[in-house]
Ligand binder design. Structure first.
Ligand code: CA
Length: 226
């Protein structure tokens, strides 16, 4: 599997190149937008990691040019900006996913594997699991420690988002945009209320908590470290 990284910050670029090489991928690294686009147009890559702010040509222009030219390899945007507008713009322009810097390498690797699987036409997983919590996406059923949990449609969508992005801090604004389709500056109180309800069902009856509040940032779902 061949991966192209277009990233001008040399530390980040090298770190990504080294990590992905160790994970068994063949990796090319470009630090310049124009050169990155040229490589993407001329070499067969299975996946592209694309920084947004680049010298020469920015990630938006590269993305647009590639998609307009019919290049359909999966593209994962790397963005330093924690702004919903940027993510929406990236997805609108044809990015498949995005990661906000700084990110954990394990998270990047998980996204890379998912995108490559999707690129090969392999089916998406039909169940999600975090610790003893399981979500059956086809049957629309949640269970924890073998016990069935009844959820409303919104609670299910919220839990699905948490589980798909496990280990990642999700700002309230992102949750609002993904689950309620509300924009960035909407009142995020609705998110807090919904998370509280979800916790009552998913966390409080059980020994360990999976949904954590990160003060001033948002929420993260993760199994307690052993
Ligand atoms: Ca940059």
């Amino acid at each position: 599997m061949k991966v192209l990284i277009v990233e001008d910050e040399s530390k980040t670029g090298q770190y990504l190149q080294q990590g992905l090489t160790e994970a068994g991928y063949t990796v090319d690294l470009s630090r310049d937008g124009v050169e990155g686009l040229h490589l993407a147009l001329t070499e067969p890559y299975d996946l592209m990691l694309l920084d947004v702010m680049l010298p020469g040509m920015d990630g938006w222009q590269i993305l647009e040019t590639l998609r307009r030219g019919g290049r359909d390899m999966p593209i994962l945007l790397l963005t330093a900006k924690d702004r919903v507008e940027d993510r929406v713009r990236g997805l609108d322009l044809g990015a498949d996913d995005y990661l906000i810097k700084p990110f954990a390498f394990s998270e990047l690797l998980a996204r890379v594997r998912t995108l490559l699987r999707r690129g090969r036409g392999e089916p998406e997983p039909t169940t999600l699991q975090v610790a003893d919590l399981e979500l059956d996406l086809l049957g629309h059923r949640a269970t924890r420690a073998g016990q069935r949990i009844d959820l409303t449609a919104k609670e299910f969508a919220l839990l699905e988002l948490f589980m798909r992005r496990k280990g990642e801090v999700l700002p309230r604004s992102l949750i609002a945009s993904q689950v309620w389709d509300m924009n960035f500056d909407s009142d995020t109180n609705v998110v807090e209320v919904a998370v509280r309800r979800l916790r009552r069902k998913v966390d409080e009856p059980f020994d360990t908590r999976l949904i954590r509040t990160i003060r001033g940032m948002g929420y993260v779902m993760e199994a307690e470290p052993a």
